[in-house]
Ligand binder design. Structure first.
Ligand code: FAD
Length: 578
């Protein structure tokens, strides 16, 4: 007889869970104790193990579905076994459980003024969010936490650029690049492989990336549902009467609107740009072939990260950058170090180079620049991003350099309409978008909050990584009398033990008060380490205080403490200056 798989009750308060991912397909065998599926409870993602061995004969609840606890979600039995009878039983259970759920929703409404099942029966929402990326979904959840009746409109898949075609896909690929790099250099540590003749299966690489993306976007969908956010699929537009239409049809009445439409790749008008061989980051992440020669137009963060990826996959990469250095927005020393490491990977770097035209010929691209021409199989256009203004065709908002103008409360020029995340261009990173989304929601719900982005870290996930926060030496020097502290990873025990001794930590402090103005790290785990610097800076901890904090040994973070001590001329693990 088949054994029912049920949505477990993983905590006293858990009423329902979301099926995030089935690890087995129908017809596959499973052993007792083996992970069977992943679920999202109201707090965490967790794996559910098979209670018996057998064949997964039926999946009743698909990925993304929210299911009340103890309801049957599938069956394990013998191969070929029928489950019709069992399904009928499950349907009855579902009805009962739905009735229970409605009752409990009414109770919630009485106590908290809201229902918990998404549609609260009110024809006007307290907050309507347009866009389900980091700014939008966080805004929706925050508004709901504050007691709001919230709707969210998303034209694509929740999770936005970050989860679907940005932060997460690129980091999945960069992990592959790191693995390849480790294998290729294993001999330096005495680990001798019989052959380093690797084969890269792009179908599997893309599928692996898509799996990670799906897990996370399903997680976001589950979170929104758990907070009772009503989600509409389609293009949301703010109407003249300050409501929101979906695909020109449905009219959602809104007390307040949060615009979180994010951004899309910027394009330039250069002859040949329309060729199918020219991609943006949106397309390249689904490419199932490895271009022999790849031209990357734009040496900013996205260009550098994808150059690292494709060079590791085997492409011969050339980066063209109009400015005179890579990552031109970063501290000059950081740019210099990145250029050094990128060149060490045989990536060709053409700075101070202007792209003039592209020409498609015999399935290849001829790239013409003011510094000469070369051939490539594909080109990646990564010259920046522009605001996605799809939501704005019926209403006018004040703009600033192509982005929606918003103040530090995320208020736009029109009362009751807020703009958070990439769309306002303040700081085009996911973690800044999270914060802006939260503040927009708080203010839409009647609070009075401001976003402070001064201590927002920026990272590049290359090998080694880059992490920066605060002012560069160039900008700090214009307004402060500064002292600089440096510490190289070549003198850091953990880094040397790991074969990661290149790079440095650079700290810029205000000489008078010891205030830390900027921290710039190129080195192992820089994207993790920078959060310590950001936390201390936002708490206004001085360089004197940081130099007294005992850091664990051996850790990469000791290099930060040593660099701070160096700025005060009291670094122990650095030779006395001559
Ligand atoms: P988005 O994530 O762009 O989300 C906007 C959402 O709104 C989208 O889902 C879109 O479909 C939807 N939308 C737009 N208009 C409408 C409409 N009218 N109706 C309905 N829906 C609409 N940031 C980091 O912090 N770390 C990184 O490592 C990092 N890596 C990146 C790598 C790449 C390749 C790229 C492209 C970006 C990367 N970013 C990274 C930047 C990060 O992705 C963005 O800063 C972040 O996603 C911005 O969030 P958002 O919510 O403002 O906008």
């Amino acid at each position: 007889m088949a054994t029912a798989i049920i949505m477990p009750k993983a905590g006293m308060a858990m009423e329902e869970g979301t099926v995030v991912k089935w690890f087995k397909a129908e017809g596959e065998t499973i052993e007792k104790g083996e992970p069977l599926l992943e679920i999202l409870t109201d707090k965490v993602n967790m794996e559910v193990e098979a209670q018996v061995s057998g064949t997964l004969i039926k999946i009743l609840k698909k990925e993304g579905e929210v299911v009340p606890v103890i309801q049957t979600i599938g069956y394990i039995g013998e191969a070929g076994e029928e489950v019709e009878e069992a399904e009928q039983k499950s349907a009855t259970e579902a009805k009962t459980s739905a009735a229970v759920k409605t009752e409990s929703a009414v109770v919630t409404e009485k106590t908290a003024g809201t229902k918990a099942d998404g549609d609260r029966g009110d024809d006007q929402y307290d907050v309507v969010v347009i866009g389900g990326g980091p700014a939008g979904y966080v805004a929706a959840i925050k508004a709901s936490q504050l007691g709001g009746n919230v709707a969210l409109v998303e034209k694509d898949i929740v999770g936005g650029t970050c989860l679907n075609r940005g932060c997460i896909p690129t980091k999945t690929y960069l992990k592959n690049a790191e693995i390849l790099d480790t294998i290729r250099h294993a001999d330096k540590r005495g680990i001798l492989l019989k052959s380093t003749d690797l084969e890269i299966d792009m179908d599997k690489i893309v599928a692996g990336k898509n799996d990670v993306v799906k897990t996370l976007t399903n997680g976001v969908a589950g979170l929104l549902k758990s907070y009772g956010v009503k989600t509409f699929q389609g293009i949301g537009k703010i109407t003249k009467d300050k409501n929101v239409s979906v695909d020109g049809k449905e009219n959602i009445k809104a007390k307040k609107i949060i615009l979180a439409g994010g951004s899309k790749p910027s394009r330039i008008k250069i002859p040949g740009m329309e060729s199918n061989l020219v991609m943006t980051s949106d397309e390249i992440l689904d490419l199932k072939e490895i271009p022999k020669q790849l031209a990357i137009i734009g040496g900013g963060v996205i260009g550098i990260e994808l150059a690292t990826v494709y060079s590791a996959y085997g492409s011969k990469v050339t980066i063209i950058e109009m400015e005179n250095r890579l990552a031109p927005m970063m501290d000059q020393e950081v740019s210099k170090e990145i250029t050094k490491t990128v060149k060490a990977k045989q990536i060709k770097v053409m700075t101070a180079t202007k792209l003039e035209k592209l020409q498609e010929k015999n399935g290849k691209l001829k790239i013409y620049t003011d510094q000469g021409e070369f051939e490539a199989d594909k080109a990646l256009l990564s010259i920046g991003r522009v605001a996605d203004l799809d939501a704005l065709s019926e209403i006018e908002l004040e703009m600033e350099r192509g982005k929606v103008k918003a103040n530090d409360k995320m208020e736009t020029s029109v009362e009751g309409i807020y703009a958070a995340g990439d769309i306002n261009g303040k700081f085009m990173l996911a973690h800044a978008a999270f914060k802006m989304g939260e503040v927009a929601a708080a203010n839409a719900m009647g609070k009075n909050e401001k976003v402070i982005l001064d201590y927002t870290p920026s990272c590049i996930y290359t090998m080694p990584e880059v992490g920066c926060v605060g002012l560069t030496e160039e900008t700090a020097g214009k307004t402060h009398e500064i002292a600089i502290g440096r510490f190289h990873f070549g003198a850091n025990g953990r880094a040397l033990a790991s074969g990661e001794g290149s790079g440095f930590v650079k700290v810029i402090i205000d000489k008078k008060y010891g205030e830390i103005l900027g921290v710039h790290i190129v080195g192992p785990a820089a994207a993790e380490m920078i959060n310590e610097a950001a936390a201390l800076m936002s708490m206004e901890i001085t360089a004197y205080e940081v130099s007294e904090i005992i850091h664990g040994h051996p850790t990469y973070s000791e290099a930060f403490m040593e660099a701070v001590a160096d700025s005060l001329k009291k670094c122990i693990h650095k030779q006395r200056p001559s």
